[in-house]
Design a protein around this ligand. Structure first.
Ligand code: ADP
Length: 272
């Protein structure tokens, strides 16, 4: 199995979910057996108890699970029904572990975040079906809640083959109108945070209000230590359902296929 791990930097709400769903759709379109997993670091067991005015729609899956709105993005973009298996929350992981501890299943050992919580997360990830699994980690790098999930995927990439993992970091580059320049500093800092916990991204997806000049993109590549062609700019679009096609035109499916060493079919554009 191969894994695509999508993390977010700088701030939330920049389109990490839309990007992940678009990439999954693009890969499905070129014949990849893709499955998706959304990880939510909050302690709610599911999104059913969360205020939709704060958090957005509660998406109910066919099997009756009350999920995060991102599962709705995945279902609409992929045209595939989502189920409770496509979402992991910190609440689920911790309640499983605490229940197991009360049942005495840890046989007297001290139950710890590492290795018990990380092992449970790795177990949930590796039990997912599909040849390629796209894992989106909610929140932004640097959040306390997200740390254990990042540690789990870092360990997984170490224990399995690093070449079977593609780490994509989605960031935001603000534009300063008064000085007429794009600012790459927040992106540099979030990549540094990611590296500090032992994850070197393979691809940087740069969201921005407008298309970014190539000099700024080169700067991001240089400071992030990724090849220039692995820095992809995704400016705002009027209709988010265009994004899979935009990624296709940018050849993102080829980058992913080369990096993960997977077979893809070249298909003419004809999205349905
Ligand atoms: P995140 O997962 O980073 O919190 P989402 O993927 O949920 O963010 O996107 C947040 C909002 O931004 C959504 O309303 C989405 O439609 C919009 N959005 C995402 N990507 C783009 C884009 N490239 N152009 C325009 N709007 C976008």
């Amino acid at each position: 199995e191969k894994y695509i791990v999508v993390t977010g930097g700088v701030l939330s709400g920049i389109g990490k979910g839309i990007f992940s769903a678009s990439l999954a759709r693009l890969l499905k379109e070129v014949g990849v057996d893709i499955n998706v997993l959304k990880i939510d670091p909050y302690l709610n067991v599911d999104a059913g108890t969360m205020n939709p005015n704060q958090h957005g729609e509660v998406f109910v899956t066919d099997d009756g699970y009350e999920a995060d709105l991102d599962l709705g993005h995945y279902e609409r973009f992929l045209g595939v029904s989502m189920s409770r298996r496509n979402n992991i929350t910190a609440g689920q992981i911790y309640s499983t572990i605490i229940q197991r501890e009360r049942e005495g299943k840890y046989l007297g050992s001290t139950v710890q975040v590492v290795p018990h919580v990380t092992s449970e997360i790795k177990e949930r990830i590796t039990s997912m079906p599909g040849k390629v699994l796209s894992i989106e980690i909610g929140g932004t790098v640097g959040d306390i809640e997200g740390e254990v999930f990042l540690e789990a995927v870092r360990e997984l990439a170490f224990e399995k083959n690093r070449n079977d993992f593609l780490f994509i970091h989605v960031t935001y580059v603000p534009y300063l109108r008064v000085t007429n320049e794009f600012k790459t500093k927040p992106t540099q800092q979030s990549v540094q945070l990611l590296r500090k916990i032992g994850i070197q991204p393979d691809v940087i997806v740069v969201r921005s209000e407008m298309p970014i000049d190539s000099q700024s993109l080169y700067k991001i590549a240089l400071f992030s230590g990724v090849p220039r062609d692995m820095v992809i700019n995704l400016p705002d679009v009027g209709n988010v359902y265009q994004i899979p096609e935009t990624l296709y035109e940018a050849g993102v499916h080829k980058l992913v296929a080369n990096r993960l060493n997977i077979q893809i079919e070249e298909k003419p554009l004809g999205w349905s």
